[in-house]
Design a protein around this ligand. Structure first.
Ligand code: AFP
Length: 338
């Protein structure tokens, strides 16, 4: 079969009436920016881009040089195209307006420019995550409040994993599709259309070092997975944890599995570890469009009403039946308490 490039795919989606020209251009621009981030990450130590930037982001986390560079690449690429009303990023406290000298569009773009950045210096996969919303009508200068829309309103979401291959996974709400970067040609080529995540799995991803801080239903659930064949689940489970959400989610999108970043006593006051607007929502959209499930352990992520641009939530996502078991344990425990 003839290879289908991302550009061809976007034209087909436009012809099918699933996206408009502005959204198509937006995705092209984001994909082009991610190719530049891939080049920067691939250079490693030779590019002088490893290590700390000496600054902190809004979350109080140390920024890596590549965090800052990736953020700038995405901002610069998206400023002038006329497809955006504003951008928001993990690395900036407030949304970034489009400079006055450029035309404005109707879309809001949010991104985590380089997720898993603690893995950069050790040459383990990192990634970019993005989410696209419509700018509410009549808003010329979007503020944070205009971004605070539930995940169900996302027009598009995607991630790029910078691993042995650079891979883009994308959804417009009509299935989840994967594109692999052909480095010689410089184009993303469709490598999997309409991805389906198996409903059942024997593989889970969680940071086990937090076990003692988890809530009781999480202790029970993971305890049963660890008990394997001899336990109540009657089968053995395997564990993986890359500590780059993009890489962990990409494994699930490829062969199934579940990913958990639950609430624990250490992070309870901040609501969770992962950010709703540019981590949980886009990943939940991608996973649901591939037949998986995504909850906070209690509620469907995509239905949450966000209250802050950098709000954090617990994340349970992946193979549907397994996410349902973990969610059921939490709801059951809440019911028993209440
Ligand atoms: P950074 O982007 O700050 O490296 O955080 C990565 C992340 O948000 C997500 O990608 C990982 O799944 C998670 O943190 C890893 O968390 P632990 O450090 O608790 O393993």
């Amino acid at each position: 079969m003839k290879p289908v490039s991302l550009i061809q795919f976007l034209i087909e989606e436009r012809r099918a009436g699933r996206i408009n020209a502005e959204l198509s251009l937006l995705i092209e621009v984001v994909a082009r920016a991610c190719k530049r981030i891939a080049v920067a990450t691939n250079k490693g130590a030779l590019g002088g881009v490893l290590g700390e930037a000496g600054t902190g982001n809004i979350q109080g986390e140390a920024q890596k040089k590549l965090d800052v560079i990736s953020n700038e690449i995405l901002l610069e690429a998206n400023a002038w195209g006329g497809h955006l009303a504003a951008c928001a990023s993990e690395e900036m406290e407030d949304p970034q307006p489009i400079p006055d000298m450029y035309p404005k569009g109707n879309h809001l773009l949010m991104f985590d420019p380089l997720d898993g950045s603690s893995n950069i210096d050790v040459n383990i996969s990192v990634g970019t995550i993005f989410s696209v919303l419509r700018c509410p009508d009549g808003i010329g200068e979007p503020k944070a409040e205009h971004f605070l829309q539930p995940g169900t309103t996302q027009l598009a979401a995607g991630y790029v994993v910078y691993g042995p291959a650079t891979v883009l996974v994308l959804t417009f709400g009509h299935g989840t599709h994967e594109f692999t970067l052909d480095r010689e040609v410089g184009s993303f080529i469709l490598s999997r259309r309409d991805i389906r995540i198996p409903e059942e799995t024997g593989e889970f991803a969680i940071n086990m070092s937090n076990q003692r801080h988890w809530e009781a239903p999480m202790q029970r659930y993971i305890g049963e997975l660890l008990a394997g064949k001899e336990g109540p689940r009657g089968k053995d489970f395997n564990m993986r944890w890359v500590a780059s959400m993009v890489a962990d989610v990409h494994r699930i999108v490829t062969r199934g599995g579940v990913f958990y970043y639950p609430l624990d006593a250490k992070i309870k006051s901040q609501g969770g570890k992962l950010r709703i607007m540019y981590e949980a929502n886009p990943m939940a959209f991608i996973i649901e469009q591939a037949g998986g499930a995504a909850t906070t352990g209690r509620e469907r992520i995509l239905e949450l009403q966000p209250t802050g641009l950098h709000q954090r939530v617990p994340v349970f996502l992946g193979s549907k039946k397994e996410v349902e078991v973990a969610t059921h344990y939490h709801l059951e425990a809440d019911g028993a308490q209440g």
